[in-house]
Design a protein around this ligand. Structure first.
Ligand code: UD1
Ligand code: CA
Length: 460
């Protein structure tokens, strides 16, 4: 018993008022259409077809390799869009599920329930419906007295009486494939929008004495769809709550779930606390017993057990166990912070490794450097890594002390156990256990200022 899926994504989504195609707008970091394909991937399907049209290249680029593509050149309605997929539809599929690309919260289990309902009842079609508080803008489902579906009326075609119906069409349907093919060929454009409505197939099949059923969704939050930015925010909030709840049930403390933004591919260990205003994005992994936030953004980064990150931005970097980062640190791509390292306030690190127990406590820039173990980089140390044309590396050995306001002009190296005096500008290698001072001697002139202030005015 084969199954196919068709996902409609040809219409641009004008109500979004966007340069970007609607299905490419992101929800919790992923394009809406990808959420749907991810759920479909959990089911046993012979085939997935995505119908593209407006901004075809952009949509194809995002779904490529994950679905067959059908092309609807002109957007003449949802029925017309499904028709565009027919030439690609595998004849082996007895059941075909149709979904719209703008409803990204649907779960695989619900789609499976709909498919099974179609198969078990050998129905011509089953439409997933929901009873909602505010049906405005959605298709209303009219039932026969025996519960079978009579027809679906779009908001724009509905009488006032029909508008008061609160049973709505979610836009997800399972068809017996041959009944779908046949009913599509009978669609007409005689409605307020002059479109070929997919919804009319249900009435067509019903009038042919075929069985068309409604299946009610259990969780109303699964069927929210996005036509404008306000609905996008609504859907984003539902998905975010789902993700946050998942992590809380896995043993993570989230102090303010409505103000914590965790991506779908993020992983978090037990007994970690996430403080408000934290954004965890991409392929980020947080260990156990960490404290992340408040107000921190971590993207594609790894944080080992027991580390703390406070008021900081971390991108494509690694933080070792029990390390402390922030407040107000900026770890740019390629930063590898070792165990028990301290990265303090207003420190920027880029493409550098900082080995265990080293302290970079304040106001420091470390770029393209390897800093050893138990080093102290004083306040205001700068690795001068760029000569205007090329980047150069700085190496500092274990147990060295780099005083405050030292410039390390790369390429340059400081050995193990060395001492660089505060205020030095280091251009040459400092050997292990060496001592380097590179600044002018102080000149002090006693009483100079007093004499200068008391000088006689010059006559004109
Ligand atoms: C549709 C349903 C409505 C349902 C609602 C649920 C119809 C006629 N109406 O209305 O009953 O309650 O969804 O969210 O089906 N598309 C194409 N080609 C087209 C037209 C649309 O690919 O020619 C795609 C769009 O890109 C979109 C999806 O179909 O992903 C739905 O289209 P949309 O215009 O959003 O339909 P609604 O008015 O929301
Ligand atoms: Ca819609």
């Amino acid at each position: 018993m084969g199954r196919s899926a068709i996902v409609l994504a040809a219409g641009l989504g004008t109500r979004m008022k966007s340069k970007q195609h609607k299905v490419l707008h992101r929800v919790c970091g992923k394009p809406m259409i990808i959420h749907i394909l991810d759920e479909l991937a959990k089911l046993d399907l012979n085939q997935i077809i995505v119908v593209v049209g407006q901004q075809r290249e952009a949509v194809e680029a995002v779904v490529s390799g994950r679905a067959d593509i059908a092309y609807q050149a002109e957007q003449l309605g949802t029925g017309h869009a499904v028709l565009a997929a027919m030439s690609k539809l595998s004849p082996d599929a007895k059941t075909t599920v149709v979904l719209y690309g703008d409803a990204p919260l649907i779960r695989a289990e619900t789609i499976e329930r709909l498919l099974k309902e179609r198969e078990d009842r050998q129905a011509a079609a089953v439409v997933l419906t929901a009873q909602v508080k505010d049906p405005h803008g959605l298709g209303r489902v009219l039932l026969h007295s025996d519960g079978r579906v009579k027809r679906i009326v779009e908001e724009k075609d509905a009488t006032n009486e029909q508008k008061s119906i609160d049973l709505i069409n979610t836009g997800i349907y399972a068809y017996e494939t041959s009944d779908l093919v046949h009913s599509l060929s009978r669609l007409r454009q005689d409605n307020a929008q002059g479109e070929y409505y997919l919804t009319d197939t249900l009435q067509i099949l019903g009038e042919e004495q075929k069985s068309v059923f409604a299946l009610s969704v259990q969780d109303e939050e699964e069927i929210a769809s996005v036509n404008d930015r306000a609905q996008l925010a609504h859907v984003q909030q539902i998905m975010q709550r789902r993700i946050n709840r998942h992590w809380m049930l896995e043993g993570v403390t989230i102090v303010d779930p409505d103000n914590t933004y965790i991506g779908l591919d993020v992983a978090i260990g037990r007994d970690t606390t996430i403080l408000p205003g934290t954004i965890l994005q991409g392929d980020t992994e947080i260990g156990e017993d960490c404290v992340i936030g408040p107000n921190s953004r971590l993207t594609d980064s790894r944080v080992a057990d027991g580390a703390k990150v406070e008021y900081s931005v971390v991108i494509e970097s690694e933080i070792g166990d029990s390390a402390n980062v922030g407040p107000y640190a900026y770890l740019r791509p390629g930063s590898r912070i070792g165990p028990r390292v301290k990265i303090g306030d207003f420190v920027e690190i880029k493409n550098s490794s900082i080995d265990e127990e080293t302290k970079v406590s304040h106001l420091t820039y470390v770029g393209d450097a390897s800093i050893g173990k138990r080093v102290n980089l004083g306040c205001g140390v700068v690795t001068v890594n760029y000569d205007g044309q090329k980047k150069h590396r700085t190496v500092v050995g274990d147990d060295s002390f780099i005083g405050s306001n030292v410039n390390l002009i790369a390429p340059v190296s400081v050995g193990d156990g060395a001492y660089v005096v505060a205020g030095s500008t280091i251009t040459d290698e400092v050997p292990s256990d060496g001592f380097a001072i590179a600044r002018n001697r102080q000149v002090t002139k006693p009483n100079y200022v007093k004499n200068w202030k008391n000088r006689k005015p010059v006559k004109e």
